[in-house]
Design a protein. Structure first.
Length: 759
């Protein structure tokens, strides 16, 4: 069905089902009218976007539209609704007056036809939570949330009085079109200062693990006193978390394919997510799993293009043509909007770097983009464009005209005394120093990107642990008993009693392993009836164990089964090799099933169980240790489980063999690495790759210390930097980057350019 709309630059909202997706956790029956609906939303964003809780009970989300209305639309208590400010694909924004505080505010709520859609309510609630937790001067403040049976779901936020960045661009374009001088508010420098504030806000969101996915001039407000706000986080997403859109296009309320005017941006529900003219190519292709901060960076590059050229980067005769060009990254060439507004080479290079079609070719992050733009505004060199003596001289002359004239006259006098050879040697030496400095900065940026991948790896793993904890809490809160065969450690030790599929795997050292059944560790005093019921409910979570195990090891396509887990164990280097849930009564369910537990094993006294209790409800990872069987370095991560009343139920945990996943992450093909390492906060080697060695640094239960004392001191102080040291006949650059999220340091040893001696 096609419905024309007349609102320009709308958001495109659609199903992300085109790429590989995680399966949702098991859920109960659909909520009826008046029920509390449990929705999957973020609750707390940690320093890098860690989602501490993934489920929340929201009263009345299933039936808020069906309640009787008294006079007009329901209004939050204490507010007078004064009129509609605007409408989008999912929400409606109204002007309201706070009767108590006597101020005007904005109230955003679901559109009337969407109030019976729990999935849409999830998205609005997620938007409110994301906006509220992004406590930044350039993100619009959120005051309160309305989510009870008497009123539609919505939230109250600051009323921003001003104009959108799109309106300012349109005013500048109109002034240039008629040859009128630009006012100070519309000059390029003013618009670029607004843009830098937007970069700061979005960079803050990225540090919290949130990507906006709908950045465009219409979603940026500039207030009367030059305050800047990034608006409309309605389709923002927490990285490494599933999307909150409905499961299929049939569950959508409407589907608008195109508008009457091909040049108008229209809401498209069911195909993509975002605004086509400001999407990255990967976003336009529907590759939801590939989206990361560099997708937002591309959208900001398109906004920067429009600020510079005063026209959008993409256009075409119809919607399909525009979308096809966006997918291929074929934007219009950069050109000056008029002869009086030339585009400097530095600014052109910044726009081109930010809008590269391939994510790896763009800036590594928004901080690098903002750093170059600020350097340009200060008249300094930018990293993306190699500087020359001529350009440096011209910039200096532009800033110091009188001094430049005096220097020119003095140079003429000195030139008569200088020789051409001396000048050439001086210039050549300066160029070599400059090239060396630029190369080290380039390598440092590449190493920083590699360190970011390491942090993302652990963030994704902790997200899987969160899924395990939510599934275990829901299972333990069930009332009905779950029937099924339970295999204990003694059963696995008996060839006649163990499961039929039990057999050794590549990583089990000859020990029979079952991927179809977990193992149950009985408490010392045996299980009482209550504990027996809980164990049965946890054993019924075997499909969840298998799904988490497969996803952690890169198997996201197809169904789940124990046989697929066994193939992964036999053929691949595994990212996690054990997960389980221990009850406070002393019983434990571990997966995969095996007899690899001593007779006196008490899970409630193990370090992974105790560390979760001291973490008070958040996920915790202990110090790595050498596995007794393989001597490989292993790190255990765990989280405590609680009932709805706050009573401790137990602990969920998993083991990460560091030598497998992390060792591969340390290798960077675009760096001339001699060796790459991961050090703990004491300067000890956890993982090492290079010089013929790969894997963990554990040797006979000990961790060797890095050989350079200067670097060890920097690591203990939590610092990042670069030093040069001589290793035999080689001169090495050693880049070290502190990872505050893990309290570790990534070290890359590189061959120093121009210092390798002949053999």
């Amino acid at each position: 069905m096609s419905v024309p709309i007349d609102q320009p630059e709308k958001t495109v909202v659609a199903s992300p089902r085109q790429g590989p997706q995680r399966d949702p956790l098991p859920s109960g029956p659909a909520a009826s009218a008046g029920d509390d609906v449990e929705v999957t939303v973020l609750a707390d964003l940690g320093p890098q976007g860690t989602v501490v809780r993934a489920a929340q009970r929201c009263p009345g989300l299933a039936d808020t539209a069906s309640l009787p209305q008294a006079q007009g639309p329901a209004c939050p208590q204490g507010l007078d609704l004064l009129g509609t400010i605007g409408e989008g694909a999912m929400g409606q924004v109204l002007l309201a007056r706070d009767r108590i505080l006597r101020r005007k505010v904005a109230f955003k709520r679901l559109r009337a036809e969407l109030r019976q859609e729990p999935e849409i309510a999830q998205r609005l609630l997620a938007e409110a939570q994301i906006t509220a937790q992004l406590d930044h001067p350039n993100v619009v403040p959120l005051h309160s949330l309305v989510q009870d049976h008497a009123r539609p779901l919505g939230y109250v936020m600051k009323l921003v009085e001003g104009e959108t960045l799109a309106a300012l661009i349109e005013q500048a374009r109109a002034a240039v079109g008629v040859g009128r001088p630009l006012s100070p508010a519309l000059r390029r420098e003013s618009l670029l200062e607004h843009f830098l504030k937007v970069c700061d806000a979005v960079a803050f969101a990225h540090a919290k693990g949130v990507i906006h996915r709908d950045l465009k001039p219409a979603n940026i407000m500039v207030g009367r006193f030059n305050e800047v706000y990034v608006m409309d986080w309605g389709i923002a997403r927490v990285m490494e978390m599933p999307d909150l859109l409905p499961a299929s296009p049939e569950e959508r309320v409407h589907c608008v394919r195109e508008s009457a005017d091909p040049g108008t941006d229209a809401t498209v529900v069911g195909t993509l997510i975002g605004t086509p003219k400001y999407m990255s190519p990967e976003q336009a292709r529907g590759e939801i799993d590939r989206l990361d901060p560099r997708s937002d960076l591309y959208s900001l590059g398109l906004i920067l293009y429009e600020l510079v050229c005063l026209r959008p980067a993409f256009g075409g005769p119809d919607f399909g043509t525009v979308l096809d060009r966006v997918r291929r990254g074929e934007r219009a060439p950069i050109s000056a909007p008029s002869s009086r507004l030339a585009v400097p080479r530095e600014l052109r290079a910044i726009v081109e770097k930010a809008t590269r079609a391939e994510p790896r070719d763009r800036y590594p992050d928004l901080a690098a983009l903002a750093r170059d733009l600020r350097s340009f505004l200060r008249g300094e060199s930018v990293r993306v464009l190699r500087d020359t003596s001529l350009r440096r001289t011209l910039r200096w002359i532009g800033r110091h005209r009188q001094a430049a004239l005096n220097l020119f006259l003095a140079t003429l006098l000195l030139a008569a005394l200088a020789t051409g050879a001396l000048w050439y040697r001086h210039t050549a030496a300066m160029e070599r120093i400059h090239d060396r400095r630029e190369l080290t900065m380039h390598f440092f940026d590449l190493a920083s990107a590699r360190a970011h991948h390491i942090v993302q790896y652990f963030t994704r793993t902790l997200g899987l642990l969160e899924g395990l904890s939510v599934g275990a809490e829901l299972a333990l809160e069930q009332d009905e008993a779950t029937q099924g065969r339970i295999y204990t450690v003694d059963d696995f030790g008996s060839s006649s009693a163990r499961p039929a599929d039990a057999a050794p795997t590549r990583h089990s050292a000859g020990l029979p392993i079952s991927t179809e059944h977990p193992v149950v560790v009985l408490p010392k005093g045996g299980m009482d009836p209550g504990t027996d019921l809980k164990v049965g409910r946890l054993v019924a979570l075997t499909p969840l164990f298998q799904r988490i195990f497969l996803e952690a090891n890169g198997e996201r396509d197809g169904g789940i089964s124990g046989s697929k887990v066994r193939v992964t164990l036999d053929d691949e280097d595994i990212e996690i090799d054990w997960l389980g849930v221990a009850l406070r009564e002393g019983a434990m369910v571990g997966y995969p099933g095996s007899a690899d537990y001593p007779d006196d094993y008490d899970p409630t006294q193990r370090p992974w169980y105790l560390q979760a209790l001291t973490a008070e409800g958040t996920k915790a990872c202990g110090d790595p240790y050498a596995d007794a069987g393989s001597n490989a370095l292993v790190m255990s991560c765990s989280v405590a489980l609680y009932s709805r009343e706050g009573e401790l139920l137990g602990v969920a945990g998993l083991d990460l063999p560091l030598a497998h996943g992390v060792a591969r992450l340390l290798v960077a093909r675009d760096l001339p690495q001699v060796r790459a390492l991961l050090l703990n906060d004491r300067g000890q080697i956890l993982v090492e790759v290079g010089t013929g060695r790969a894997g963990s640094g554990a040797v006979a239960g000990t961790l060797p210390t890095y050989e350079d004392e200067t670097l060890v001191d920097a690591v203990r102080g939590g610092r990042s930097g670069l030093l040069e040291r001589v290793d035999g006949r080689r001169s090495l650059w050693v880049i070290y980057i502190y990872l505050p999220e893990l309290n570790w340091t990534y070290v890359a040893e590189l061959l120093a350019w121009g210092r390798e001696e002949p053999g």
